[in-house]
Design a protein around this ligand. Structure first.
Ligand code: ATP
Ligand code: ATP
Ligand code: MG
Ligand code: MG
Ligand code: MG
Ligand code: MG
Length: 284
């Protein structure tokens, strides 16, 4: 009787429509913190850049990349992170909602889970959340333009915010006055205000603030050795131990296996050098 009832109800499953992402296109997944202007104020983030909060974002992004090996590159700034999948990924049969919800929720839970490591004296007052979207790009050129767009945005925002907070915190202006001072100023004027009034040479600011964070998956040479987890932990606050499968494969056959590490960089990704040195990112 129960199975008959089960089959009588099972038709509702047909209302769950397939949501496949177009094959052979580049998938970029971007998450962005919900109302982080308020969250950063409520938790006393340093202005314009709280380095601890940026490191926490990097940590959550690294956790995502350690779990999902088809992500080859990620770029982070402020409260957002973009993840690039290899073109031919078959993750969850390319089901959009499955991929988007799983990764957005993993990022969010890692952000919350690791918060106390980065802001030990600032208890969370409420639950942070992130929105997420997946964008498909049909060509390598557009993928590069996407990442250039995000890194250019990092620069524009950081220059503006650095002058803005210098005017407020050192210049004694109100936030309204500082906005007015900066209204319709060009880039060179902002550099000039920073240098002449506050002695700040913009180019001397930390690269993390000027360039954002680049997490890139890099293949490393060497046989699959169950003990060789050291390279994996490079720059990583939480090295991922080999899985049971990896350990048994390693000990049984020592079979050829491509090992990768995830490197954290704060470099230019608008020019050609970064991509020329890593042709694999946009291949396959
Ligand atoms: P939305 O929900 O629409 O995304 P939002 O308030 O999150 O709204 P964003 O445009 O995403 O707006 O901007 C994020 C804001 O979070 C920044 O403007 C900045 O005020 C703050 N913020 C994020 N990370 C940091 C950080 N590391 N240090 C200081 N402030 C930060
Ligand atoms: P998927 O990632 O595809 O959802 P899954 O392993 O989560 O895979 P589900 O079909 O969602 O598979 O089933 C969830 C499983 O989690 C259950 O079959 C059960 O084994 C376990 N589970 C969930 N909640 C409980 C609970 N409260 N007590 C015991 N087991 C639970
Ligand atoms: Mg937003
Ligand atoms: Mg936001
Ligand atoms: Mg944002
Ligand atoms: Mg489940």
């Amino acid at each position: 009787a129960i199975s008959m009832a089960g089959s009588r109800f099972a038709y509702v499953r047909n209302f769950e429509l397939p949501d496949p992402l177009l094959p052979e296109t580049y998938m970029v997944l971007r998450i962005d913190g919900h109302a982080f202007h308020r969250l950063s104020a409520d938790h006393d983030f340093a202005k314009p850049n709280d380095e601890r909060a940026l490191q926490l974002m990097d940590h959550a992004a690294r956790d995502v990349m350690n779990e999902f090996k088809d992500i080859v590159l990620a770029f982070g700034e402020s409260d957002e992170y973009s993840f690039l999948f290899r073109k031919s990924t078959a993750l969850y049969n390319r089901r959009e909602a499955k991929i988007l919800s799983t990764i957005t929720s993993l990022f969010t839970s890692s952000y919350v889970f690791n918060w106390p490591k980065y802001l030990p004296n600032t208890p969370l007052k409420y639950c942070p959340s992130f929105d997420g979207r997946i964008i498909l790009y049909p060509s390598p050129t557009i993928v590069r333009d996407y990442f250039s767009w995000r890194q250019a945005d990092t620069h524009i925002n950081n220059l503006y915010n650095t002058v803005f907070w210098a005017l407020v915190l050192q210049g004694g202006q109100t936030t309204t006055e500082a906005h007015a001072t900066l209204r319709s100023t060009v880039s060179s004027t902002k550099h000039e205000i920073l240098f002449s009034q506050y002695g700040i040479n913009y180019n001397d600011l930390p690269a993390r603030y000027r360039k954002g964070s680049v997490l890139v998956r890099t293949e490393v040479n060497g046989e699959a050795d169950a003990n060789a987890t050291d390279a994996q932990s490079l720059e990583s606050p939480s090295p991922i131990p080999p899985t049971a499968t990896e350990v048994s494969q390693g000990s049984k056959k020592k079979k050829e296996r491509i090992r990768t590490i995830v490197e954290l960089l704060h470099c230019d990704i608008i020019g050609d050098d970064f991509w020329n040195a890593r042709q694999n990112l946009l291949a396959d």
